[in-house]
Design a protein around this ligand. Structure first.
Ligand SMILES: C[S@@+](CC[C@H](N)C(=O)[O-])C[C@H]1O[C@@H](n2cnc3c(N)ncnc32)[C@H](O)[C@@H]1O
Length: 375
């Protein structure tokens, strides 16, 4: 496998599309693997190459750039990143990583690729910053250090560079363990009772199907009609009844005061799920965070009136910034009459008046959650 050119050629073509067309890594990789005819081991190797190079491209470039004098053609840079990732992160022996990878290059560039990769192979990296060492944009590192503290941020950054598959739920659905913990909070027993549940940001349906398969009556709403199709196919697969409603969560069409539980699993910056979304760190913009926090607050304010007095409202986001999470929670409680339900059970670590799971806590995704009781 380590000498196989087909796997590397496929990885190169997927990476070129991600680079040139700004395509989403998972959306290009899956069909390419399905059409490849490769066996499962080779598919896993291609997946590791594609996601690894995508995540670690800043660190790879730092190792490559000292040996480059002219601007590189994007495909040649991708070939060099592929070689560098195999050498430094996959620990593939030099002869395989270099010679097979160089043979992907057009004839005119092979000399250059060979010379650069041979130098990269014997380099001992001295990383000037954590952002370069762990391959993140500077702003993400600064923001997480400011919000989580330096040590927790560093552990989170390291942890989100390690691939980890989602786990099967009892009913067969693939879902990360932290999302399952949010579903557990949503369906927990309590004074709010077992009536109707609204999930107002429901797609692709992970948490809504979990609640429905435990026998709760759930209505799944989402802004995106296209994404609601995913909820539909998931609910059909799992054979659960899940009425779907296309609606902007800030202008919900539902009668007030009829639900016992509402979930706002809101759109967010996703800084807790960077291990799953390999290219996300290069797409998210710091400037989006405040807008997302404002949207989350609006969604919460619009969701609360759906509840009967004493009903349970859950606000969750798969991110780790304070402005989303704690900031939204404080603004929400200042604006609306709610009672906080806290502290949250283990393994949630205390985060303001709510809970957080960092990616390193359970070797999972990062998630924050706040629970309220409607007055
Ligand atoms: C984090 S995802 C939800 C994940 C889902 N709860 C699950 O467990 O599978 C956030 C969802 O919010 C939806 N969304 C974004 N803006 C929205 C809005 N204004 N109103 C309702 N849904 C919105 C997105 O389409 C996306 O499906």
């Amino acid at each position: 496998m380590t000498e196989n050119i087909h796997t590397r050629r496929l990885a190169l073509s997927v990476l070129s599309r991600i680079e040139k067309d700004s395509a989403f890594a998972n959306l290009v990789l899956r069909p390419a693997l399905d059409a490849s005819g490769l066996d499962e081991r080779d598919k896993a190797f291609v997946t590791e190459l594609v996601y690894g190079v995508t995540r670690m491209r800043r660190s790879c470039d730092f190792l490559i750039d000292p040996f480059i004098k002219k601007k590189l053609h994007p495909d040649i840079r991708t070939i060099l990143r592929l070689g560098t990732y195999q050498l430094h992160w996959m620990k593939i022996p030099d002869h395989a990583a270099v010679s097979v990878t160089v043979s992907l290059a057009p004839r005119w560039a092979r000399g250059l690729c060979n010379a650069v990769l041979r130098k990269v192979a014997i380099q001992t990296p001295v990383w000037p910053t954590k952002a370069i060492e762990y391959s993140y944009p500077d702003w993400i590192v600064k923001r997480l250090e400011a919000d989580l503290g330096e040590n927790a941020a560093e552990e989170a950054l390291k942890s989100m560079n390690m691939a980890k598959p989602a786990v099967h739920r009892e009913d067969g659905y693939y879902q990360d363990v932290t999302s399952q913990l949010v579903s557990d909070l949503l369906t927990q027993e309590g004074s709010w009772g077992n009536g109707l549940i609204f999930d107002i940001c429901a797609a692709p349906g992970g948490k809504a199907t979990a609640a429905a398969s435990k026998g709760h009556p759930v209505v799944a709403a989402d802004l995106s009609v296209k994404r609601l199709q995913l909820v539909k196919s998931n609910s059909l697969k799992l054979q659960v009844k899940l009425p779907l409603v296309a609606s902007n969560g800030t202008k919900l069409p539902f009668r007030k005061g009829q639900a016992t539980r509402v979930l706002v699993d809101a759109p967010c910056s996703g800084l807790g799920v960077l291990r799953r979304r390999a290219d996300a760190r290069w797409r998210i913009k710091e400037g989006d965070i405040d807008d997302l926090a404002d949207l989350q607050l609006e969604l919460l304010c619009s969701a609360l009136p759906l509840l009967k007095p004493g009903g349970l409202l859950i606000y969750s986001v798969c991110t780790l910034t304070d402005s989303e999470t704690i900031g939204v929670d404080e603004r929400f409680r200042r604006r609306m009459k709610v009672e906080q339900v806290s502290p949250l059970p283990d393994p949630w670590r205390k985060h303001g008046e709510g809970g957080m799971i960092l990616p390193q806590d359970l070797d999972s995704e990062g998630m924050s959650v706040f629970c309220y009781k409607a007055k």
